[in-house]
Design a protein around this ligand. Structure first.
Ligand code: FES
Ligand code: FES
Length: 167
């Protein structure tokens, strides 16, 4: 039996040392908000925080996570979806199919903690997750809403084109 600290609780589990953290979270601890997309650290659907650092849990062997390191999953962000990032996501209707969105929210939360007022370049650098539904513009806008204290009126929903122009 091994041990992890997840969303503020100490949880026991049994798994091979090289089992990805993602599968312990989903299959043993029942935290299915964290998604499996690619399994090779490319898409970010499996992003959780470990001691505040956004981490792709599909490639993180569970044995490499210490029992006292603080893991936070989407379920642990707030008890009722009231985290400012979740509220901005809802206010701007960011999700389409929703599959990538827990990972997006976890990545955005870590970014906003590190940089409360991120530039476009900061967002580009931190938000490397992939969304098949193409919600990138609204994700950027929602991050800016959080940076602006939750003011949705200032959300820039303009579409950015490859030549740098916006419409
Ligand atoms: S499932 Fe982990 S990065 Fe895609
Ligand atoms: S909302 Fe569908 S993959 Fe991102």
């Amino acid at each position: 039996m091994a041990r992890l600290t997840v969303n503020g609780a100490v949880r026991d589990f049994q798994a091979e040392d090289d089992t990805p953290l993602l599968w312990v979270l989903r299959e043993q601890l029942g935290l299915t908000g964290t998604k499996y997309g690619c399994g090779v650290a490319q898409c970010g659907a499996c992003t959780v925080h470990i001691d505040g650092v956004p981490t792709r849990s599909c490639v993180r062997p569970v044995a490499s996570v210490g029992a006292t390191e603080k893991i936070v999953t989407i379920e642990g962000l707030s008890p009722d979806g009231s985290h400012p990032v979740q509220k901005a996501w809802a206010a701007l209707d960011v999700p389409q199919c929703g599959f990538c969105q827990s990972g997006m929210i976890m990545a955005a939360t870590a970014l906003l903690k590190a940089k409360p007022n991120p530039s476009d370049a900061d967002i580009d650098e931190a938000m490397t997750n992939i969304c098949r539904c193409g919600t990138y513009n609204r994700i950027r806008a929602a991050i800016k809403v959080v940076a602006n204290g939750g003011n949705t009126k200032t959300a820039a929903l303009a579409i950015q084109h490859v030549d740098g122009s916006t419409t």
